[in-house]
Design a protein around this ligand. Sequence first.
Ligand code: SOE
Length: 403
Amino acid sequence: MSEGSSVPGVLRVGLIGHGFMGRMHSLAWQTAGRAVELPLVPELTAIAGRNAEAVDRAARAWGWRSATDDWRSLIERDDIDVIDITTPGALHAEIALAALAAGKHVLCEKPLANTLEQARAMTAAARDAAARGVQSMVGFNYRRTPALALARDLVAQGRIGEIRHVRAVYLQDWINDPEFPLVWRLRREEAGSGALGDLGAHIVDLAYFLTGRRITGLSALTRTFVEERPLATSASGLSGAAGSERGRVTVDDAAVFFADCEGGAIATFEATRFAPGRKNAMRIEVNGSNGSVAFDFEAMNELLFYDATGDSAGAGFTRILATEPQHPYLDAWWPPGHGLGYDHTFVNQKRDLVEAIAAGKPPTPSFADGLYVQSVLAAVQDSARNKSGWTAVPTGSTEEGTR
Ligand code: SOE
């Protein structure tokens, strides 16, 4: 921890990145201490980003006490306890390694890194840091959707029996237009991969979160439908202005794969940014011997549950509105039926992280969990590149995963 300088009752946050995710995390840090009674109150101490003017503006608008265009200065400051990384993937490893070495807790956005090697180094550093009481977490925010946390509880209680199928898709359409500019998410050197790492990472993590089963092998196909796009003259979040020059898209636009899982279950996955009309359709269904759970983020407050153990004449999917006070995370929120949104998943994430730090316990998902997902992403890329048919997911890298 930031030795010798911690302030009782306060957790001083340094955020790196001020794009769409930086904005989402800022909002969540601001809200977490107000929505929930936390053991440590987050203080928005400093924000860093590449563009000095933009980061100054972001600091003023989002309530950060100071701003800088040099992320390293945040690591050097002894009045920062936690570093929150929301930059493009290319910077995750360098920042996380520096922060952990300096004794800062780390929250790192998904996917953990751009390469398996980076993810391995980050996980090893996180393990060493944990021995010194320094915590780390990877930002798979969808785990903090109440309906999905409820699904996980139902599966863990054995309500759907022995798991046989996982069927997961993550569909968006924001680059369907071939004239949409070449933003950083479409460049391999910045993002590592395309729909695969951006969207596929979430559903690989959720399949594990819901079932506790890891993927052991897979066969994959990836595709880039639009190979050239106008260069971006400005970009923010998932939008940008197009210039007249063009450049190459160097990531996948879509990825599909089927997989073998521990315990005999089989799974299918599809991630694409080319599904017109599907805005954020992150859908996952798990079928077991005694029933099913099914979820679609476009109706994020609902979980469908089918109980196959009763009388089939009256059976059907039950639509559970996951907004009751006894549902996961709902103790902090609105009366039944009032519903949560995308931003609340980040607030719930901050809550879990702050509580873990205060308790001195490792939060989940850990960097080891991020490394597991990274090893699946790498296997997808290998399988698709080599047209090799079956590709094993290396288990050595994943054995420390937690859930
Ligand atoms: C863009 O595709 C994006 O913002 C992802 O980067 C997020 O992880 C996902 O939650 C929503 O879509």
